[in-house]
Design a protein around this ligand. Sequence first.
Ligand code: UD9
Length: 370
Amino acid sequence: MLDILIICGTRPEIIKLAPVYHALRNCGWARPVWLHTGQHGDMARQMLACFDIEPDIELSRAGDSLAQFSTRCRELLDGVMASRPWSLVMVQGDTESTFLGALAGFYHHVPVAHVEAGLRTYDLSRPFPEEGLRQMVSRIASFHFAPTARASQALQAEAVPDERVFITGNTVIDAQHWVMRHRRIKRGGTGRGHLLVTAHRRENWGSDLREICYAIADVASHHPELDILFPVHLNPTVSKPVHAILGELSNVHLSGPFDYLRMQQALIDAWLVLTDSGGLQEEAPTFGVPLLVLRTETERPEAIESGCARLAGTRRVSIVKQIEDLWEDGEAYAAMARAGNPFGDGQASDRIVDLLQGALEGGERRREAV
Ligand SMILES: CC(=O)N[C@@H]1[C@@H](OP(=O)(O)OP(=O)(O)OC[C@H]2O[C@@H](n3ccc(=O)[nH]c3=O)[C@H](O)[C@@H]2O)O[C@H](CO)[C@@H](O)[C@@H]1O
């Protein structure tokens, strides 16, 4: 049995690694060990519980700042790496925990598998710091699991060896299939459905977030019959302006973050999604729900190209216009709803586990032979 250390710390990483963890537990040749870095607290606990995951190792978070978290986490990870002869470190995406996990494997000469590799904007300031973190992980990883052909091409253009890059689909679709199978999520609402909003990305903090909120306020007062659900990120930089601008509007329903099941139910019952989240861009098309991206660029152009999403930017006028266009134009809306999901088919985790078995068990056999 090969010991595989899964290192992650934020809500989206947990969602996207949970199906890989379950696939590894069932594969018969690997012993996955789940390490939670503590980067997210309550939001992470919600997600772990939803996917029936009890972390094997839990690091305690030091301090509120990213620098304090990072310094302590790096030291603790060093101890974990030294505690056993790990066969592989697995990380996902582009967070501080992703980078620290990959760095820990790299320093201990343990191969690193990067799930959701090759997403790029090539603008180090957008998204910040994620674009820089994921590029650095690509320099030190040994296995690059690209969700799409475009992500794989980006890695090849950066001279990552072809035989190290595998197109698998995005594991978030597997996570959705997992909750549909194990938690029975299915469409429940009647009528047009609600507008579902999330906004939390660092590059939208400040005036862009306020513009987004004013746009929502405009739409809410223009369509009093439209319910607007907005689960608000816990970071006060986000929650304060959101509550100040939208708190008094009767058809805008502000709440804390949804647990994953509630989010998937809200997604499947939505008329439209308005978001700057990466994961939601990948999830909405699974349920045929059109989405408007609250950013000026996206590292997921597949959504725009396949027609399930449009870029709405972050200006009040343009966001309102795009929502109103879809409200009026039933045909354009239906075309978006029919576009399908370009990010995966729900089989990514099984592909990852099969590919790793070939690569790692082969290496193990070669070591035994010498
Ligand atoms: C630059 C960038 O795009 N980076 C992304 C970023 O993540 P993100 O932007 O997707 O982050 P969030 O929006 O926090 O999470 C989304 C998930 O959370 C669920 N959700 C959300 C709100 C809620 O109230 N309840 C929930 O359950 C939701 O359904 C979805 O699955 O980091 C990831 C890890 O490295 C990367 O993979 C990913 O590229």
